[in-house]
Design a protein around this ligand. Structure first.
Ligand code: SF4
Length: 503
């Protein structure tokens, strides 16, 4: 068996951000934004921020922490204006700073813009170098600040924010679902593959518009879903109403399929699918693909629960609640002691012993990344008296790093890139182990294009050589990874369409 030594830490992939924005002349925009960010908190827990525009200027408050830790009632009351932009962030290590928190600001002459980003730009290093050479200052090392400064740079040249956004979209490569405000208006735009989700909603009685990473953000402020922001599209909302245009050509659609598996909240709808229902279907599909003789089906909270229901429905094996989640041990500023940390998953999950004792269990989880949590869960269940533990995973094996907005490891940290399924079973000490197939997963989601690169190695957007350096194990050759070395430069012409209106 290979030596596989993952770092012991939280064993999940992490979404890096949630974006929320409101345009409403008659309501309290920043308070609505605050509630929208609460609904999107699962997409990022390390920092939160809100920027607000009031026709005169843009104010921002942001800090490290959960939404409720960052904002007091008086903070929200002080953020007055008709257009608000919010962000929650999960920062990768090394970037957990106030400066990296969003929204980012850029000053254009006397005008300020604020930008919030979900995704990852694969060519941000090259763009940052060029901007620095042009004399543009930076306060963080984030790709989102590069986008903000780039839009500011081009807007200053053209005096049109839309031109600034257009030109920036032509240069940015990778995944981006972004929203931007100035003191008057709100803009939202997505990369040409539509990798990360972004939806448009509206309030009843023409009272305004909402932009959100997920539809659960619309629900909490009682806004109605209108449609997805389209790949390559720019939506502008201002006192003149809403105005949409295809800024850059749409490419092959490639929505992140992990949104359905794990990231999105089950009460959200993405690409026409309700996420809860999609997860039930995944459980049913897995039961068809990987049959097992057992007494009860249990799910690992929270995202494994709908799929456990589906597995039970399809297999006829009774569903039971076997693991309880301690909801109040989350990401906080109070680090557990070393002794408590060693208790690992026991801090978060507790078995219901009377349900489990003496039973042959099917245990449904959403994914295995490093394998550390799965191993602890199996131990937990055996200690609680389980007779057999059969792990069933409602995603394919995660073998490839993500370059599009998800905090994945280098390949040497991904257990499925290092061990065979049988070796993983042995490593986590389960009686059996099976993963959902890629084809099976795609049967459970609506038709449309999806990114599945972390399962398949099929990368939709070219990755610059320097960006992928050190990420792949020797001997792994990803499909469609074109090692890109050249890129467009900032100092090209910046076409201005005289027909377009101003800011
Ligand atoms: S590589 Fe995986 S996690 Fe990343 S965007 Fe594609 S499907 Fe989502």
């Amino acid at each position: 068996m290979n030596q596989f030594m993952p770092e012991v830490s939280d064993d999940k992939l992490h979404e890096e951000c949630g974006v929320f924005a409101v345009y409403t002349p008659n309501k309290d925009a920043s308070r609505l934004c605050y509630f929208g960010l609460h609904a999107l908190q699962h997409r990022g827990q390390e920092s939160a921020g809100i920027a607000v525009g009031d026709n005169a200027t843009v104010l921002v408050r942001k800090d490290l922490g959960l939404v409720q830790q960052v904002f007091s009632d008086s903070d929200i009351a002080a953020l007055t204006g008709h257009v608000a932009l919010g962000h929650v962030r999960y920062g990768t290590s090394g970037a957990k700073s106030w400066e990296a928190a969003q929204p980012h600001l850029s000053t254009i002459g006397s005008e300020i813009i604020a930008l919030a980003h979900n995704g990852t730009l694969v060519n941000s290093d090259a763009l940052r170098r060029e901007l620095i050479n042009l004399g543009v200052p930076f306060v963080s090392n984030t790709d989102s600040e590069v986008a903000c400064k780039l839009i500011g740079y081009f807007t200053e040249q053209t005096h049109h924010i839309r031109e600034g956004i257009h030109k920036t979209m032509e240069l940015m490569e990778g995944a981006y679902a972004m929203a931007l405000i100035n003191n008057e208006s709100l803009y939202a735009f997505r990369d040409p593959n539509g990798i990360r989700p972004l939806v448009l909603g509206k309030f009843a009685n023409n009272e305004g518009w909402v932009i959100s990473s997920e539809t659960c953000g619309l629900d909490i402020v009682s806004a109605e879903f209108v449609r997805d922001v389209l790949p390559g599209e720019v939506v502008r909302i201002s006192k003149d109403g809403i105005d949409c245009e295809q800024a850059i050509e749409q490419e092959d659609e490639a929505l992140c399929i992990f949104e359905h598996v794990y990231f999105a909240r089950p009460d959200s709808d993405i690409q026409g699918d309700n996420i809860y229902e999609a997860r039930v279907k995944m459980g049913r599909q897995l039961a068809r693909e990987s049959k097992v003789d057992a007494d009860i089906v249990i799910g690992v909270p929270d995202s494994g629960l709908p799929s456990a229901v589906g597995f039970a429905q399809e297999s006829g094996i009774p569903y039971a609640e076997g693991l309880l989640k301690n909801r109040y041990v989350g990401r906080t500023f109070i680090e557990p002691t070393q002794e408590l940390r060693e208790r690992g998953v026991r801090l978060k999950l507790n078995p219901i012993k009377n349900t489990i004792r003496g039973k042959r269990l099917v245990v449904i989880d959403d994914s295995i990344v490093r394998g550390t949590t799965s191993r602890q869960i199996v131990t937990l269940l055996r200690d609680a008296g389980a007779k057999e533990v059969h792990m069933r995973i409602v995603s394919p094996e995660v073998k490839w790093p993500c370059f599009y907005g998800i905090d994945t490891e280098t390949q040497d940290q991904l257990i499925s890139a290092n061990l065979s399924t049988e070796e993983i079973r042995e490593h986590i000490n389960a009686d059996s182990l099976a993963f959902l197939s890629i084809d099976g997963l795609k049967k459970c989601v609506s038709s449309g294009g999806y990114c599945d690169a972390c399962f398949s190695g099929d990368y939709i957007v070219e990755i610059p050589k320097e960006f992928s350096k050190g990420k792949f194990l020797e001997g792994y050759t990803p499909h469609n990874l074109k090692i890109k070395t050249n890129h467009q430069t900032i100092q090209g012409s910046c076409p201005l369409d005289p027909e377009r209106k101003g800011l």
